[in-house]
Design a protein around this ligand. Structure first.
Ligand code: NDP
Length: 333
């Protein structure tokens, strides 16, 4: 079996020498345990900030879709597919009955997706999908006809939020980091407007696309980008703060002081709320079902950016942070 450990703590943007590939011997299964083999591994931004306090030598955190290849537990059978949070490893031994049940789901049998790829359990029918669904609807509370802005709009969560907004009849504006992504958002997802934040001033873009202001902002990015959007909000606008990827490679101690946002928040009477998707852990499976129904109704497309081979995990992760992905970033073992 193989696994990646965090060899050196991250300092700035991750590089390949932060990671080390190791071989490991697998123990015999105890009663109640199952052995699973990874098929798909998820490449997620949270790994960067959440690893700040992880000791070197620890297996890199992460989730996967895996197949049960041996079972000493009568509730689990050979061949079943599971979602599990066992990190960057090819084989994992799990005792499903003794797992922590609080917080983010860490293990479950994959629901039946019909003919769809099990990889969707890491994206649109998993954590990013529930993030988009619950984080957007519950916090932004969007209404038909309202103007919605989405940052990192061509990523896993952003693509999903944009389609929910569009299906509701909102006016959707996306920002992404390349002309190719911008074109795709407009042509394929039919966003009303999209801009490359690397080449277009955010304030100018919003003056052009939303001259009367923004009702809802789904924030994946943070920083100066988001300050500019917040100053273009309408009265009683709502901001769902999902991520702050522009800060993830900066040591929290060295983060610049925040810009002065209070005037916009007070005088426009904004609601700005952060969330972690585990807030809706009790609705996890119903979120997956709702998103599956959207797919079946033809209301949701879900591109995947797939990098081949377990050994490619570090490159895939670095590439995702650099914006190489359009859609959900994954590694296929
Ligand atoms: P994505 O698929 O969106 O991939 C990350 C994208 O972020 C890249 O493709 C890149 O696209 C963009 N990006 C990278 N650096 C910057 C930067 N400095 N400024 C602007 N954009 C940048 O990832 P996810 O959909 O999985 O996650 C999106 C966000 O949602 C992240 O912030 C993540 O941490 C957050 N999240 C939060 C959850 C929660 O519970 N609160 C749960 C899941 C995700 P580009 O080419 O456009 O720059």
């Amino acid at each position: 079996a193989k696994k990646f450990i965090l060899e050196k703590p991250f300092n700035g943007a991750p590089t390949e020498d932060n990671f080390k590939l190791l071989e490991e011997e697998l123990d015999e299964l105890n009663k109640g345990e199952i052995l699973v083999e990874a098929i798909w591994l998820s490449v997620d931004p949270y790994i960067r900030p959440y690893s700040n306090h992880v000791s070197p030598g620890t297996t890199v955190m992460g989730t996967q879709i895996a197949k049960i290849i041996k079972s000493n537990n009568q509730d689990y059978k050979f061949g079943q597919l599971v979602f599990c949070s066992t990190g960057w490893r090819t084989f994992s031994i799990i005792n499903p009955t003794t797992l922590e049940k609080d917080g983010m789901p860490t293990f479950y049998l994959l629901p039946d997706f019909g003919n769809l790829s099990p990889s969707l359990g890491l994206g649109v029918l998993g954590m990013p999908g529930n993030t988009a669904l619950f984080g957007f609807l519950n916090i932004c509370d969007p209404k038909p006809g309202e103007t919605v802005v989405i940052s990192a709009a061509a990523g896993a969560v952003g693509i999903h939020v944009g389609q929910i907004a569009r299906n509701l009849g909102c006016y959707v504006i996306g920002f992404a980091g390349s002309d190719h992504k911008v074109k795709w958002l407009k042509e394929v997802l039919k966003f009303d407007a999209a801009f490359n934040y690397k080449t277009k001033d955010v304030n100018a873009a919003l003056l052009e696309a939303a001259p009367h202001g923004v009702d809802c902002y789904f924030d994946n990015v943070g920083g100066d980008f988001s300050s500019a959007v917040i100053y273009r909000m309408k009265n009683f606008g709502r901001v769902s703060v999902c991520g702050s990827i522009s800060s993830y490679n900066t040591n929290p101690k060295n983060l610049p002081k925040v810009s002065m946002l209070q005037p916009a928040i007070v005088f426009k009477q904004l609601k700005i709320e952060g969330f972690i998707v585990s807030r809706w852990a009790d609705k996890w499976q119903s979120g997956i079902e709702r998103n599956l129904n959207f797919i079946k109704e033809g209301k949701l497309i879900y591109p995947e950016y797939i990098v081949q081979g377990f050994e490619s995990l570090p490159q895939a992760f670095i590439g995702m942070l650099n914006g190489e992905n359009l859609g959900k970033a994954l590694v296929k073992v």
